[in-house]
Design a protein. Structure first.
Length: 413
C-alpha cells in the first residue's frame, strides 16, 4: 500500500467503542424511548456526557429508520445519516454480489465504500474485497460493519492513481457509486444532504473518469440514479433498473466485461429476497388499441428502463397510446411485480361533471385519482368528485391522453 495513504486515524468515533455498545444495548432494551428521559437514564446508569448521549440517541433513531426501510434489523451495523441516505438496500447489494460471484469474480474493488454495505455483501458472497473511502470516520464505520469478513478498507482518494492501483491490484471487478449530491447545498425538508447533481460530469468522480475506469477494468459496475439518461450507457454495456418492494431505488451500469447481459433489465426485488426480472431480450409488440377490459398501470421500474412493450408482450397486452405507460388487456389479470391491474368500468372524454356523475352512478365511496401524460391536480379532483359520491365502492380514475383526446378511465381494483 502506498505510504502516502496510510489507513485512517488511530482515534475512532466513540459510537464504535465497547462503551457505546453497552449504552446502545441499554437504549434498545428501554421501554420508554422518549429522548429526554432515555438520555437522563443513560447519564445516571453509565455516566455518559451530552455528546455521547446524543450519539446513542442518533444511532438508535438511524437503526429504526434502517429497519423500517430494509425490513431487517440493523442493530449489528453502525450508521450515519448521510451514509444511510446513500446506502444500497441490503437485499439489492446481496443480489448484485451473487451476480458477480456467479460471473466468476473472486476479488472486487469497492470504490467509495461509504458504510460498507456493498463490501459486506460482496464478502458474504465469498469475494475478497479491497475498499476505498475518502472520509476516515466513515471508513471506521465501514470497518465495524464488515468486521470478521475478508474486507480491507483504505482511507484515501480513489482518483489518486496510487490509491486506485492498490484497490485494483488482483481485482476481477469493481463497484462504484459516484456521489450525486452537493454536500454544501441546503438540506431538504426530510433532512437529506444537499441537492441532486444532474450533470454526470459534476458527479464525484465524474462520468468521464468512470468510463476510463471501465476501460481499465471492463468488469465494472456503477450505481447511478434511476433517472439516468439512456444515452449515457455505452452501446456495449448493460443497464439495470431496480425496485425493492415496489419502490424504484436505483439503476446500475454493467460495463462490457459482463458479456451476455441484455442491454436493459428491470429488476423487482422484495425484502425477503424474491425477485422477478424483465429483459430487453424478449420480443415486443407495439400494437396500440383502445382501452379493453383491464387497465394496466406500469411500474416506474419498467417505464424508466424503457421496457413497457416488453411487459406488454409478457402480459399479452397492448398499449392505449404509443407514448403513455398504460397497457390494456382482456381476460383474467396476470400478476407480476411490474404492474397493477384495474377492471375498467367506463371510458369517457375528460369532463369534470361527466366524470363526477359517472362515479356517483357507479356507487363510488372511496377514490384514487392517478394520471399519465395529463396535467391536473389529482387531489383537488378527488375531493371534488367525492363530494357527490355516497356509495361504498372503492374506485380509481386514470387520467390520460389517447391520441390528442384527454380521457378518464374509470376503474376498480
Amino acid at each position: 500500500m502506498p505510504g502516502a495513504h496510510e489507513n485512517g486515524r488511530v482515534e475512532q468515533p466513540w459510537i464504535l467503542s465497547s462503551a457505546a455498545e453497552a449504552a446502545l444495548a441499554m437504549a434498545r432494551a428501554a421501554t420508554d424511548r422518549d429522548p429526554l428521559r432515555l438520555g437522563a437514564a443513560l447519564q445516571r446508569a453509565l455516566g455518559l456526557d451530552a455528546s455521547q448521549r446524543a450519539a446513542v440517541l442518533t444511532q438508535l433513531s438511524l437503526e429504526d429508520r434502517a429497519t423500517t426501510r430494509w425490513h431487517a434489523p440493523a442493530t449489528d451495523m453502525r450508521l450515519t445519516r448521510e451514509g444511510l441516505e446513500q446506502a444500497t438496500r441490503p437485499v439489492l447489494a446481496e443480489w448484485r454480489a451473487r451476480q458477480l460471484a456467479d460471473a466468476g469474480v473472486r476479488q472486487a474493488a469497492d470504490l467509495g465504500c461509504g458504510l460498507g454495505l456493498e463490501s459486506r455483501a460482496l464478502a458474504r458472497a465469498g469475494l475478497r474485497v479491497r475498499a476505498v473511502e475518502l472520509d476516515p470516520d466513515t471508513a471506521a464505520f465501514a470497518r465495524h460493519n464488515s468486521a470478521g469478513l475478508d474486507v480491507t478498507i483504505h482511507v484515501g482518494d480513489l482518483t489518486d492513481p496510487a490509491v486506485l492501483a492498490w484497490a485494483l491490484d488482483g481485482a476481477d471487478a469493481a463497484f462504484l457509486d459516484p456521489a450525486r449530491r452537493d454536500p454544501t447545498g441546503p438540506r431538504t425538508i426530510d433532512g437529506r444532504t444537499g441537492h441532486r447533481v444532474l450533470d454526470p460530469e459534476s458527479w464525484s468522480p465524474p462520468w468521464s473518469w468512470v468510463r476510463t475506469l471501465a476501460d481499465r477494468l471492463p468488469r465494472t459496475v456503477v450505481k447511478v440514479a434511476p433517472g439516468i439518461d439512456h444515452a449515457l450507457v455505452p452501446s456495449d454495456a448493460s443497464a439495470t433498473w431496480a425496485a425493492v418492494d415496489g419502490d424504484l431505488v436505483e439503476a446500475s451500469v454493467w460495463f462490457r466485461g459482463f458479456a451476455g447481459l441484455p442491454a436493459r433489465r428491470a429488476l423487482a426485488l422484495t425484502h425477503d429476497g424474491s425477485l422477478d426480472l424483465l429483459t430487453s431480450d424478449a420480443s415486443v409488440d407495439e400494437t396500440v388499441t383502445g382501452v379493453r377490459d383491464h387497465l394496466i398501470d406500469v411500474a416506474p421500474v419498467v417505464t424508466r428502463s424503457g421496457l413497457v412493450t416488453t411487459l406488454a408482450a409478457r402480459l399479452d397486452a397492448t398499449r392505449i397510446d404509443p407514448h403513455i405507460g398504460y397497457l390494456t388487456r382482456d381476460g383474467a389479470p396476470v400478476p407480476t411485480p411490474f404492474h397493477t391491474t384495474y377492471r375498467v368500468l367506463d371510458v369517457l372524454p375528460f369532463d369534470r361533471r361527466r366524470v363526477g356523475s359517472a362515479l356517483a352512478g357507479l356507487g363510488c365511496g372511496a377514490l384514487t385519482v392517478m394520471k399519465r401524460g395529463f396535467a391536473a391536480d389529482t387531489e383537488a379532483l378527488r375531493r371534488q368528485w367525492l363530494r357527490g359520491c355516497h356509495g361504498d365502492r372503492a374506485m380509481v380514475v386514470a387520467l390520460t391522453r389517447i391520441g390528442d383526446v384527454p380521457t378518464a378511465v374509470v376503474c376498480e381494483p
